[in-house]
Design a protein around this ligand. Structure first.
Ligand code: CO
Ligand code: ZN
Length: 331
């Protein structure tokens, strides 16, 4: 079903190094909007002019960066110590494969017992199979970044991949932009940079656009796995309409309008309260003199792992909701 999503997830582009995914998205959307620009932080901003006088300026945002690691030092034996780029669960990293942006693949090892799941990041290293420091340095340098390897799988509506956070959001916005061809609203579709390190790109993008309303599109946790913390979101439950996360209390008028729009268009939806993470909505609603902001979220299990898991029907519901909101009359 979703060839484009597969391509998006398999591009390696951690925070601050969004180049490859930005170029890919730009090519994909340039024919369906009036103007595409890239700003100083690396946000890709697509503008689709409204065809009505009463339209509002609406900003949709999906971050295009993914979590990763960065080489800090290389020791005499060629092992690489690394830092986190974004929120890594260090206890889950042992024996995972990472790929540097130049294609070099390494395995994360631990100084402690391999299955000591408490491993702190200081006890971990990347093994790229080098004989010694000099050999390692011919492949990887200090400051080089790597991301998880995690092939794309899709069968009967279930999708598993690395970087569904947030290439699924990018996919949703690309599809919504393609479907939102006749809106009176002035539409900005922003593919933001550096979300995973603190919602950085969204902040400058919102500052320059000064939207009337904003909708951030990202993944969210679920409460539907064994022993999961209490959370009403489940995969297969439809587009999740954000009520709050750690970075934002969504504007209640925007939320009501999103619910109304979902009902009117028969789009399955659920309500999201995520107490554990933030999204671009957090940065956007605090920009300038403040922006009324909401969020569309994709229910995703195992976020920030190489095996993020989501439902194709939910993705389609998110596309429909974003496209409907782009076309909707906003008060
Ligand atoms: Co994330
Ligand atoms: Zn995200």
């Amino acid at each position: 079903m979703i060839k484009l999503l597969e391509k998006l997830t398999q591009i390696n582009a951690p925070s601050g190094r969004e180049d490859a995914v930005r170029a890919f998205i730009e090519k994909e959307i340039k024919d369906c909007c009036d103007e595409v620009t890239t700003d100083a932080l690396g946000n890709l901003i697509a503008h689709k002019k409204g065809n009505g006088k009463n339209g509002k300026k609406i900003m949709f945002a999906a971050h295009m960066d993914e979590i990763g690691v960065i080489a800090k030092t290389i020791d005499e034996n060629g092992f690489i110590r690394f830092g986190a780029v974004g929120g890594l669960y260090t206890k889950e990293l042992v024996h995972r494969r990472v790929e540097f942006l130049n294609g070099i693949v390494g395995v994360i090892g631990s100084e402690e017992e391999a299955f000591n799941k408490k491993a702190a990041i200081e006890k971990l290293y990347i093994d790229i199979g080098a004989k010694n420091k000099a050999a390692a340095e011919r492949k990887v340098g200090v400051g080089d970044m790597a991301v998880f390897r995690g092939a794309y799988y899709e069968k009967r509506g279930t999708i598993i991949s690395k970087a569904l956070d947030n290439r699924a959001g990018c996919y949703i916005l690309i599809e919504a932009l393609k479907r939102a061809q006749n809106s009176e609203n002035d539409l900005y579709f922003v593919f933001t940079s550096q979300e995973e390190v603190g919602l950085r790109g969204a902040r400058t993008a919102a500052f320059s656009i000064e939207p009337d309303y904003a909708i951030a599109v990202d993944v969210t946790d679920t409460g539907d796995t064994p022993n999961a913390p209490a959370m009403a979101v489940k995969i297969g439950g439809g587009a999740a309409i954000k009520v709050m996360d750690r970075s934002v209390l969504c504007d209640s008028d925007v939320r009501s309008m999103m619910i109304e729009t979902a009902r009117k268009n028969d789009i399955p939806y659920q309500l999201e309260i995520m107490t554990d993470g933030g999204t671009d909505a957090g940065a956007i609603h605090l920009s300038g003199a403040g922006v009324k902001t909401g969020g569309i979220s994709l229910a995703t299990r195992y976020i920030h792992s190489p095996s993020e898991t989501a439902d194709a029907g939910d993705i389609e519901a998110c596309v429909k909701l974003a496209a409907a909101l782009a076309a909707e009359k906003w008060r």
